[in-house]
Design a protein around this ligand. Sequence first.
Ligand code: DX5
Ligand code: ZN
Length: 222
Amino acid sequence: MIEIAPSILSADFAKLADQIEKVERAGARILHIDVMDGHFVPNITLGPLIVQSLRPHSGLRFDAHLMIENPERYIEDFARAGADHITVHWEATKHIHRLAQQIKAAGCTAGVAFNPTTPLDGLEFVVQELDFVLLMSVNPGFGGQKLIEAVLPKIGDLRRRLDAWGRRDCLIEVDGGIQAGNIAKVVEVGAEILVAGASVFGREDPVQAYRELCEAACGRSA
Ligand code: DX5
Ligand code: ZN
């Protein structure tokens, strides 16, 4: 099943609840929430307080993508705030196995994200703890960038590795530069969750934009 996860990074932060309600009405089931600390990436966005404020306004699964240093310090805060799924960066911790277990112990599903140039080697040692693997298809930090085409074969490589490790159920999430014109080829190589920021909330009508992406991804309306 292909899922499109709208990213609030490109939403109007003065109207977050309203914007989220729109994509929920359009048929989205996952909301991607980009957390940036100004250290791991050059940008700063939001923390657990915003997640907690949004929680009562939405039935969407909250997918917290932590682009922060020392993520182990904040797992419980995001879990308590209402995150359903927490993704941490491979590059941001020395102890990814312990961190994945910490996320699960906090009651969330766990994901690990890889920057575009980070190799997948070593993933086999932690894959049994994971529910998702996120591949960045732009350099993290900003919305509205162009998809890095060199990541496409990496998606296929990851799918083959997951299957070989007996983890057909471990989902591949791809994040960055996804739009109606390229979503089909990203799905084609094995992505199952497609994050979309500028191509949903950056558009005048996010409901229509979400539907167009669904159609382009699966050849059907949401
Ligand atoms: C970038 C973030 C992405 C971002 C994607 O660092 O992780 O989730 O919102 O935005 P678009 O879809 O605009 O590239
Ligand atoms: Zn993201």
